[in-house]
Design a protein around this ligand. Structure first.
Ligand SMILES: Cc1ncc(COP(=O)(O)O)c(C=O)c1O
Length: 266
C-alpha cells in the first residue's frame, strides 16, 4: 500500500522526549512547551501562543473565546476540513458556507459580504494547502461589520500573506501539527492570540477553566475554577517532539518544497 504521507523525523525527537522525561514534569506547560512558544514568538512575532492537542482543539478554544451563542452565524468556506465548522457547531453556531475562489481553494472574499446578517459573528478564512486568503479584504469586511476573524491556518505554517505570517492577521489563528503536516508531533496544534483582549481568558480556557497559568507565574497564591474550559494543553512529550521539528523547520520546509510537485492550477 502507498502511504498517504510519511512523517519526517529530524533524529532529535527521542533525545528531547528523553530529556522531558528526565526533567520529571511531563504534563503540559513545562520546559518544552515554553520553548515552542518562544520559538514562535521570536520567529514570527506572534503576541501569544498556546500549544494545543490539535488544531481542532485550537479552533474549539477560538469558538469559546468568540463567545458563540446558540444561533450565531459563522461564515466558513465550503471547501475545508470538518473541524473548521465543527468547532463552532459545538457551541451552537449556524454555519453559513461561502464558495471558493476559482484560482485557489480558499474562500472567495467577494462572496462574503452578501452572506452577512445581524446574527453573523465570525468569519473563518482557511488558508488551504498554505494558500493565503485575501486577508486585507477579509479584515476590512470584519472591521466594517464588527466581526471576529479566526484564521484556520492548519496548513499555513511558515507561510505568508504580503509578508505577514499566516495566523497572525485575524483576531485568532490556529495551526495543526498533525502528522500529515510539514511540522508535526503526531497530534498537535496551536492557538495564536493576536488580540490582547483574549489573552487572559485563553489561558484559563486552556487550563480546564482554571487560573492555574497565573498561579505557576506566581501571580496568585492558589488557583481555582473561574470559567469554562477543557484540557487543551498537550503533554511535554508532544512538546519535546515538536521542538525537535521546529529547530529543523528550514530544512524540513526545503525538503518538502524539493519533493513536492508544483500545483499549476492554483
Ligand atoms: C483546514 C483544516 N483545519 C483543521 C484541521 C484539524 O487539524 P487537527 O488534525 O490538528 O485537529 C485540519 C486537519 O487536517 C484541516 O485540514
Amino acid at each position: 500500500m502507498i502511504p498517504f504521507n510519511k512523517p519526517y523525523l529530524t533524529g532529535k525527537e527521542l533525545e528531547y522526549i528523553g530529556d522531558a522525561v528526565s526533567r520529571g514534569k511531563i504534563s503540559g506547560n513545562g520546559h518544552y512547551t515554553k520553548k515552542c512558544h518562544e520559538f514562535f514568538q521570536e520567529r514570527y512575532g506572534f503576541k501569544k501562543c498556546l500549544l494545543t492537542t490539535s488544531c481542532t482543539d485550537a479552533l474549539e478554544m477560538a469558538a469559546i473565546l468568540c463567545d458563540i451563542q446558540q444561533g450565531d452565524e459563522v461564515i466558513v468556506p465550503s471547501y475545508t476540513f470538518v473541524s473548521s465548522a465543527n468547532a463552532f457547531v459545538l457551541r451552537g453556531a449556524k454555519i453559513v458556507f461561502a464558495d471558493s475562489r476559482n484560482d485557489t481553494p480558499g474562500i472567495d472574499e467577494s462572496k462574503i459580504e452578501a452572506l452577512i446578517t445581524p446574527r453573523t459573528k465570525v468569519i473563518v478564512p482557511v488558508h488551504y494547502a498554505g494558500f493565503a486568503c485575501d486577508m486585507d479584504i477579509i479584515m476590512d469586511i470584519a472591521n466594517r461589520y464588527s466581526l471576529l476573524v479566526v484564521e484556520d491556518a492548519a496548513h499555513g505554517i511558515d507561510s505568508f500573506y504580503k509578508g505577514r505570517p499566516l495566523g497572525s492577521i485575524g483576531h485568532l489563528g490556529c495551526f495543526s501539527f498533525h502528522e500529515t503536516k510539514n511540522i508535526q508531533c503526531g497530534e498537535g496544534g496551536m492557538l495564536i492570540i493576536n488580540d490582547e483582549k483574549f489573552v487572559k481568558r485563553a489561558e484559563i480556557i486552556w487550563e480546564k477553566g482554571t487560573n492555574r497559568s497565573a498561579f505557576w507565574r506566581g501571580e496568585i497564591d492558589k488557583y481555582g475554577w473561574v470559567d469554562i474550559g477543557s484540557s487543551f494543553l498537550p503533554s511535554e512529550i508532544c512538546a519535546a517532539f515538536l521542538f525537535a521539528q521546529l529547530e529543523n523547520m528550514d530544512d524540513i520546509q526545503l525538503k518538502r518544497k524539493k519533493s513536492g510537485k508544483p500545483i499549476s492550477n492554483f
